[in-house]
Design a protein around this ligand. Structure first.
Ligand code: APR
Ligand code: PHB
Length: 391
């Protein structure tokens, strides 16, 4: 089998790339190891930057998002018992869209299949070959049968644990890494959110976040040890910890509801440089991950896809390779800005083992500054709603 662009991974990165290429008349095949049901049910992040939502609208994927998603014009920072609002719209003229990543994935899969797109689910033994030649290929198995996909370009959209990045020769990639000494326990609960906007809470017992998926489903997170077992967190313990950490002195009350899902995620910042090796382009989590405190993971993937789709269109339709050659450099500039923001939000809002009373006061002073100085609030807001896409 042959296609222009062989895409490995049907997460938001791979699916959106396939869709944008299709709109430019460029064919692709997406290879995914998991089932359609699995990727459509996988609960991940849920905040779309202004530019991400705009891009989805422009490429014809905004209809359900605009109907079911929740437009948020600000967020609450809670610390020292106080609640302070950052007004995105007033500070930047922009807003964010709360819409689950798996909903974006569902919309993309439906659209690709309706447009006759080729997505192969549940493939096995995926490996890449000859990326430093003009004729790269991907081998894989489908229903136990060995197959080869020949292509001009391979897009490695296979997430942090995929095979593309590790296939490169040792030493080719330079890794930049920071592992945080804590994780997040995330839960979904059948309860209408106790706040109209997200609440990021700093507390002596650890960070807590109140988020949501819909007017009837709440999403919450609690800072916990990185290797904690979600099974050791009873529902009572979770609600008690959320009540304590989300409390303020201004009358906030948290409503409880049945918990329908729990899981622990480790927190890490990671960047691979460069994001290209010959005809292989790394996209999204395959090249970089961020701790979720800034709500940036999926938005960074979308940022890469926007750059790559445009670069491939220039190469394939106009025989102009300039944008493709600068893909890694273009993406990394934005990636490092987003890394900085995610690291900063994480540092400001979490408890670090070994931090002393001085460190604690400095963090509180930073939160106080960010919520009272207009200049500082604009800095937070313009990063949260998203820096411009680098296209
Ligand atoms: N072959 C084919 N597919 C693979 C392989 C493989 N060897 N390994 C992994 N995959 C698939 C995964 O099953 C997954 O569906 O690649 C896809 C990668 O998708 P994501 O992990 O969602 O990564 P990406 O599309 O870059 O989106 C980034 O995902 O992890 C979140 O927070 C992150 O929101 C961010 C977003
Ligand atoms: C979420 O709703 O899953 C979410 C929201 C904001 C974050 C991280 C996760 O910063």
């Amino acid at each position: 089998m042959r296609t222009r662009v062989g895409i490995i991974g049907a997460g938001p990165a791979g699916l959106l790339l396939s869709h944008l290429l299709h709109l430019e008349g460029i064919d692709s095949v997406v290879l995914e190891i998991r089932s359609r049901a699995h990727i459509e049910a996988r609960i991940r992040a849920g905040v779309l930057e202004h530019g991400t939502a705009e891009l989805l609208r422009q490429c014809g994927l905004g209809e359900r998002m605009d109907r079911e998603g929740l437009l948020h014009h600000g967020t609450i920072l809670r610390f020292g018992g106080r609640s302070r609002r950052i007004d995105f719209t007033e500070l930047t003229g922009k807003s964010v869209m709360v819409y689950g990543q798996h909903e974006v994935v569902r919309d993309l899969v439906a659209r690709r299949l309706a447009d006759g797109g080729d997505i192969r689910f549940e493939v096995g033994d995926v490996s890449i070959h000859d990326v430093n030649t003009d004729a790269p290929s991907i081998s894989y198995t489908e229903g136990g049968v060995a197959r080869t996909l020949e292509c001009d370009i391979i897009a490695g959209c296979d997430g942090f644990h995929g095979i593309c990045r590790p296939s490169l020769p040792p030493g080719f990639i330079r890794d930049f890494d920071r592992i945080y000494p804590f994780g997040w326990l995330g839960i979904l609960a059948e309860v209408s959110p106790s706040s109209e906007e997200l609440v990021y809470a700093r507390h002596a017992r650890g960070f807590a976040l109140l988020s949501m998926r819909s007017p009837t489903i709440g999403r919450f997170y609690l800072q916990c040890p990185p290797d904690d077992d979600a099974g050791t967190w009873s529902d009572d313990r979770i609600w008690s910890e959320l009540h304590t950490r989300l409390a303020d002195q201004e009358g906030f009350t948290l409503t409880e509801g049945p918990i329908i899902q729990k899981g622990v995620t480790a927190m890490r910042s990671y960047v691979a440089e460069p994001m290209q090796a010959g005809r292989l382009f790394l996209v999204g989590d395959a090249a970089h991950i961020v701790p979720p405190t800034g709500a940036k993971g999926m938005n960074m993937a979308v940022g890469d896809v926007a750059v790559l789709a445009r670069a491939l269109e220039r190469q394939i339709r106009h025989n102009d390779s300039a944008l493709l050659e600068s893909y890694s450099q273009t993406c990394l500039r934005r990636v490092w800005n987003v890394q900085r923001f995610s690291w900063w939000m994480t540092s400001m809002l979490h408890n670090f083992d070994g931090a002393n009373a001085f460190d604690e006061q400095v963090r509180l002073a930073e939160l106080d500054y960010v919520t009272t100085s207009r200049a500082a609030a604009v800095t937070l807001a313009e990063n949260y709603v998203g820096l411009p896409l680098a296209v």
